[in-house]
Ligand binder design. Structure first.
Ligand code: PLP
Length: 405
């Protein structure tokens, strides 16, 4: 036991010594995962209701993903995009046939997928209207990534502080305010970028008709509508893509997080009308859509779609988790303000900072996250989560709500 503690301490010390301090990490070293469970280096078990922040849609080390990676690793790991890559073509076909989109571009992260979306929107507009129409409107409290362009699009100044100046050509409007969006459109506007459900910003839901109204406004003004589905995509909300809930479609969609079942891959999808804006040498990525990650993503998407079983499971477990969290909200109404979300993207807003609750859950072997200004507990478990695992979470949450002031 002691030697394990020493091992943990050594890893923490080396991390402090050799890694840039970009994360305020919990003193926990995870070494193994299966399904919705992970184990630290002491062998202590944790129930993972954070799921790699909405990445591990199929849970940890799903056998289909593991085997796909193993097989592909033995065959071919990387070749240049100067040649045709079989798994990349198959993955594009799979995503296109199951979405509004006609074409896909592959990259390596959510921020890069949004970069590609921003670039193709500007290029489309430049080709059609000339160079003066390049502005993009996004929502306050949105999160689109950490590169300079996606950071500029992000509607939260706390992420931008110290990195100014931001890029020109972006403005922000309140989410769910169609009048504000209309008022923000200028002759220079080319696109609107939104998360259908704002995830990092606090699990903020779109109001009844908002997204359809945005679609209508974009059609009226010939603006491209970009949906950042990096977090809401890949079954997270109970449908393969978030937009499917809202009776409308975007022109461009970015994906990442759950797409590769854990391996780093991003995608930008668009209709043919938009996709023609990219031609050879307009955009590229060395690693984008490489054979290894595409094999993992194919296994992930195919498993998600197989008989709809996993989406069904996600929806059943979502209903159950909402019911149980709803009871907790009633029981602890002096501490819990709201429970909201869709599918297995769920937030529980508290009266106060949520960190002590996250910490108390971890002490009891359950991993959860935070969103928004820190007062929203975030639950993004694997979509294969089971009822008894939710029961376990609720037992722990009940105790934590009881004990933490
Ligand atoms: C996580 C996230 C991103 C950024 O993805 P990275 O892979 O970290 O670059 C962008 N948009 C949304 C909605 C996200 O949740």
């Amino acid at each position: 036991m002691l030697s394990f503690w020493m091992e943990t301490r050594k890893i923490l010390e080396d991390a402090d010594h050799y890694l840039m301090p970009t994360y305020s990490r919990f003193p926990l070293v995870l070494r193994k995962g299966r399904g919705a469970k992970v184990w630290d280096i002491h062998g202590r078990e944790y129930l993972d209701f954070l799921g790699g922040i909405a990445v591990n849609v199929l849970g940890h080390c799903h056998p289909k993903v593991v085997i796909a990676i193993q097989k592909q690793a033995q065959r071919l790991i990387h070749v240049s995009n100067l040649y045709y890559i079989e798994p990349q073509v198959r993955l594009a076909k799979l995503l296109v046939t199951n979405s509004f989109a006609d074409k896909a571009f592959f990259c390596n992260s959510g921020a890069e997928a949004n970069e590609a979306a921003i670039k193709i929107a500007r290029k489309y507009s430049a080709d059609k209207y000339g160079p003066d129409r390049f502005e993009i409107i996004s929502a306050m409290d949105s999160f689109h990534g950490r590169t300079i362009a996606t950071l500029t699009a992000t509607g939260q100044t706390k992420f931008q502080k110290g990195f100014e100046p931001m890029l020109t050509g972006f403005s922000h409007v309140p989410f769910n305010d169609i009048a504000a969006l209309r008022a923000a459109i200028t002759p220079k506007t080319c696109a609107v970028i939104l998360e259908p459900i704002q995830a990092e910003g606090g699990i903020n839901m779109p109001s009844a008709d908002y997204l359809r109204q945005v679609r209508g406004l974009c059609d009226e003004k010939d603006l491209l509508l970009i949906f950042d589905e990096v977090q809401t995509g890949m079954g997270r909300t109970g449908k393969l893509f978030g937009y499917e809930h809202y009776g409308m479609q975007p022109d461009i969609m970015s994906l990442a997080k759950g797409l590769g079942g854990g391996v780093p891959i991003g995608a930008m999808l668009a209709t043919d009308r938009v996709a023609v804006a990219f031609s050879p040498r307009t955009h590229a990525s060395t690693f984008g859509g490489n054979p290894l990650v595409c094999a993992a993503a194919i296994a992930t998407v195919e498993t998600l779609l197989e008989d709809g079983f996993i989406l069904d499971q996600c929806n059943r477990m979502s209903a159950y988790l909402f019911e149980r969290l709803g009871h907790l909200k009633k029981e602890y109404h002096e501490k819990v303000i709201d429970v909201r979300g869709k599918g297995l993207l769920i937030g529980m807003e508290l009266m106060r900072d949520g960190m002590p609750y996250v910490q108390a859950c971890m002490d009891r072997g359950v991993l959860i996250g935070l969103a928004g200004n820190g007062s929203v507990l975030r639950f993004t478990p694997p979509l294969i989560i089971e009822e008894r695992e939710i029961d376990h979470l609720i037992d722990v949450m009940e105790e934590v709500l009881e004990r933490v002031p």
